[in-house]
Design a protein around this ligand. Sequence first.
Ligand code: BES
Ligand code: ZN
Ligand code: ZN
Length: 496
Amino acid sequence: MQLSFDSRPAAQIETPALVTYVFEKDNRIEGALAALDQTMGGRLKRLADSGEMTGKILETTLVHDPPGLAGTRLLLVGAGKPEKFDGIIFRRVAGLALRSLRTKSITRMTFLLREGERNFAGAEAAVEGLLLASFDSDFYKTEKKNNKVMESAALAGAEGASIEEIEKGMGRGRVIGEAQNFTRTLVNEPSNVLTPRILADRAEAMARECGLGVDILDEKRAAELKMGALLSVAQGSIEPPRVIVVTYTPAQPKAGAPVLGLVGKAVTFDTGGISIKPSEGMDKMKYDMAGGAAMLGAMKALSALKPAIKVIAVVPATENMPGGKAQKPGDVQFAMSGKSIEVLNTDAEGRLILADGITYAKKLGCTHLVDAATLTGAITVALANVSAGAFTNNHEFEDRLLASARRAGEKMWPMPLDDEFRDLIKSTIADIQNISSGRGGGASIGAAFLREFTDDTPWVHLDIAGTAWLDDQKPWAAKGPTGMPVRTLVDLAMNM
Ligand code: BES
Ligand code: ZN
Ligand code: ZN
């Protein structure tokens, strides 16, 4: 999709579709919209007065041959109540516009920025919303009948803002939106295509293209490093595991500066292992590498945005299969940190591979850690598919990350990680066990297990099991991978 900025006044722009948004309030026709309405001889005011255009969230009103405008159509998208308007809603508005125009075979559009998005990076968010909306999950359809592509999208408007600032924002939006779609592309791949080795190949190709450092550890090197927790999961599969390490180093590294570690779970398929999952819905478990894919997407964006600090992604990648050599419930494994683990459930495998990922990230010098993982079904019991859960051993660091999430427009909610959870993962035979000896709090138990490997390093764990995948399509997004939390991680690295 071609992106550009059109500095002409909205009325003069020849475009198949001029798009903007309208709030749900009595004087809906205000600001830039009022100016447009004047040119249109009060058409918008009449649409509002008639009750046809209410401004309700995601309502669409399409005006053909708008009088006085050079554009062929004017599409107005409802933005809801102005006091609730934020970057999340704004991205959805832009995304919905793209997807609804596309179904009408309209392949060029111009999105008119107004005053409502002044409180956040409007140009950046608009571009992100458009790029995310242009993603589709139908990779392997041999005939793509109904899928017209939006060939070009321009932004316009935002009187008073400098064109330079807008173009900078658009550039950032493009980098971040494309990185998020890179993540979604990886997550959408079926597990027969995307094995741990292929994921490593794709990561390596991306890193080389982007000028990032890359090191792929194979199963031999993982064994030399004594990554017993990762290898215990991998042993049930004939596909060997990989540990993908991608590094961004700033041009002028400062001594004593923080080093951010991004550890992502990449189970390219989770059958549950010997503690096998029920077959219903098991196909979705190809998405169990979404955390790892998000880290790779974040690195891709950071290679272009160039943060001041060093950032290292560590992505342990494996299948979780019930092969003849698979580990069995009750087996005891030694993690790279030296801790012994009683594996009471082979389906709680994400925490095992992350344990070694976290230890390795610390060994590489990371001073701050964020992990992202489709770790537990329990997180959706607490937060449904609305927010990712955030767990931490350091609330100051968590607050910074949550501030990044708000700026980036990705929903996250802080979850408890009391010391008491430690008691629930004490094992009889080993140091710790990988599931709770009690009931409930499953997402916190998973986090408590990971905490055992962080020691004093400030760390936030993001459980994205409920938010990495859309089970149904939305007006602004395709069904399938969401690419969260790429934007938050990018914002965090840029602001550390
Ligand atoms: N990959 C799953 C998490 C998951 C489960 C995501 C269901 C989406 C839907 C993870 O490896 C897992 O199986 N977790 C178990 C942990 C349990 C055995 C303690 C779970 O959540 O059921
Ligand atoms: Zn599992
Ligand atoms: Zn899993």
